[in-house]
Design a protein around this ligand. Structure first.
Ligand code: CA
Length: 229
């Protein structure tokens, strides 16, 4: 999942970036409002963390500008201010969630997970389709079969790819789309390596779980995921 963090507090920005990367997000940071606004308008983010108090332009105005441009990406507002009317203003401007500083990273993480699931139209606590369940904290997957549950250890990039596909279960996703959503802006992006990761995922999950439509991309085989035999 591609995440944009707009936060002018440099140490907090670096700390959050590291922790979010460890949690499987591809993170881009902006420490100025206008830069952040531009990035939010030009890159395909899956989720945005937005500080309200920025030096050049208020976070609230950035959020309003995005929503005017019909950018529907879930936005979590992060701010030191916790006056109730500012929360109301934030939600009115189109925020999806709100967290006051200081906060525990674990709370931020569960809120981000909840927002991503909600925006994918998925309820409940887990990302799960049929017999396949993703554990976001251990970055692993579980496969439930008649003879028990199999735990599947995933590498960071395999986890990111599988999570993106499970949150877009009815889409055919191209290799270049996967690259855009699993790597950050500065990463070396090579869409041909996606094929390698997909084939590793197929080995771990079962060959028929991820299908390929030639020239278009990859999709999850929902019948195979729900298959009870
Ligand atoms: Ca600030």
């Amino acid at each position: 999942m591609r995440l944009l963090l707009v936060e002018d507090h440099i140490e907090l920005c670096q700390e959050l970036r590291e922790k979010l990367q460890q949690a499987g997000f591809a993170v881009d940071c902006a420490t100025e409002g206008n830069e952040g606004r531009f990035m939010g308008e030009s890159e395909p983010y899956d989720i945005i963390i937005l500080d309200l108090g920025l030096p050049d332009i208020s976070g609230l105005n950035i959020l309003k500008a995005w929503r005017r441009r019909n950018i529907k990406t879930p936005v979590l507002i992060l701010t030191a201010r916790d006056a109730w009317h500012e929360k109301v203003d934030g939600f009115r401007a189109g925020a999806d969630d709100y967290l006051s500083k200081p906060f525990h990273f674990e709370e931020l993480l569960v809120r981000l997970h909840a927002l991503l699931k909600r925006s994918a139209g998925m309820g409940g606590n887990d990302i799960a389709i049929g017999r396949l369940k993703l554990d976001e904290f251990s970055q692993s997957a579980q496969w439930s079969a008649a003879d028990g549950v199999r735990n599947i250890i995933l590498t960071g990039i395999e986890f990111r790819i599988l999570r993106y596909m499970m949150l877009h279960p009815r889409h055919i996703v191209s290799a270049s789309q996967l690259v855009e959503h699993v790597y950050d802006f500065n990463a070396e992006k090579e869409s041909n390596v996606i094929e390698v990761y997909i084939s590793r995922l197929r080995k771990k999950l079962g060959k028929n779980i991820i299908c390929n439509r030639r020239g278009q991309g990859y999709y999850l085989n929902l019948d195979a995921l729900h298959d009870t035999h």
